[in-house]
Design a protein around this ligand. Structure first.
Ligand code: C2E
Ligand code: CA
Ligand code: CA
Ligand code: CA
Length: 279
């Protein structure tokens, strides 16, 4: 039996590929990272095209790993999601974002609305609405100042459940946005059941405008549809002037992307907001 056990073990170790190994390492380090305060939030401005003002900020989490340096959420959010750690990380994100809003207020800077991302597991977290409401209340932020972003595919995983959660959040006064819109195959008929404020056009469509005829047609249709439904629309991933011009011509409400600003650490955000009020 001992022999067999050993063979088993050999078989198993050989099977662990580099990716699994990295995943295990990350999982281990992630759970310590919260206690060691290694996460940070960067904020990317959302600009209103009508006024040129910063209307919102999207909070994007970063992990400053002691040896590996900055890690992007694309690397560790999926691991946090698998292990359930995302729920604790999510609570940290709302808290930090609200605290930074209070710091902006104390510094006499404008306090734009804050957009916060929710992954599928967070979205289904028991008492999500109550937990978030309790945190913002404690810090002194209104729910209407917070916009929760859910991807279209998260919503479409279980529509009935999603409607229920959206309604609970909506009753508490949170704003709701559909992220990566256009990638998740939802139909208008499904969308109309949701108390949504904002559609965020996925940057894969924004990339091709105006040259790519399909992308141009899709973006045009989404903006028109959003207007028809009385929703606000944010185009994400705007990197170039010609993209911006196209969106302006469509009267798209807001834009977000490197053309205006990368996601900024708090101190740089303050400078950005300072400059944007003086011009
Ligand atoms: P997302 O919600 O779609 O966020 C937009 C991503 O696009 C961000 O990547 C942002 O830095 C990037 N981006 C912004 N403008 C441009 C641009 O002009 N060009 C290009 N190429 N990219 C641009 P980031 O920060 O790496 O985040 C990746 C994803 O990780 C996010 O996608 C979101 O799904 C997730 N994420 C980030 N922070 C959180 C969080 O606090 N909680 C959860 N659950 N997910 C998060
Ligand atoms: Ca987002
Ligand atoms: Ca997005
Ligand atoms: Ca995305």
């Amino acid at each position: 039996a001992k022999q067999r056990g050993r063979n088993h073990y050999h078989f198993y170790t050989q099977d662990i590929n580099a990716q699994t190994y990295r995943h295990l390492m990350l999982e281990n380090e992630l759970s310590k990272a919260l206690e060691r305060d290694e996460f940070q939030l960067h904020y990317q401005p959302q600009i209103s095209l009508a006024t040129g003002k910063v209307e919102g900020l999207e909070a994007l989490v970063r992990w400053e790993h002691p040896e590996k340096g900055y890690l992007s959420p694309g690397h560790f959010i999926p691991v946090a999601e698998d292990t359930g750690l995302i729920e604790r990380l999510g609570l940290w994100v709302v808290r930090r974002a609200c605290e930074d809003m209070k710091r902006l207020e104390a510094a006499d800077l404008p306090v734009p609305r804050m957009a916060i991302n929710l992954s599928p597991r967070q979205f289904r977290q028991t008492d999500l609405a109550c937990q978030y409401a309790a945190i913002i209340k404690e810090i002194g932020i209104q729910a209407s100042q917070i916009e929760l972003e859910l991807t279209e595919s998260t919503i479409m995983q279980d529509i009935d459940k999603a409607v229920e959660i959206f309604e609970a959040l909506h009753r508490l006064g949170f704003r709701l946005a559909v992220d990566d819109f256009g990638t998740g195959y939802s139909s208008l008929n499904q969308l109309k059941h949701f108390p949504i404020h904002t559609l965020k056009i996925d940057r894969s469509f924004v990339r091709g405008i105006p040259q790519d005829r399909d992308d141009a047609a899709i973006v045009t249709a989404i903006v028109a549809m959003a207007k028809g439904l009385g929703l606000e629309v944010v185009a994400e991933g705007v990197e170039a002037r010609h993209q911006l011009e196209f969106l302006k011509a469509l009267e798209c409400e807001s834009v977000q992307g490197y053309y205006f600003s990368r996601p900024l650490p708090y101190d740089e955000l303050c400078e950005y907001l300072q400059d944007s009020c003086s011009t």
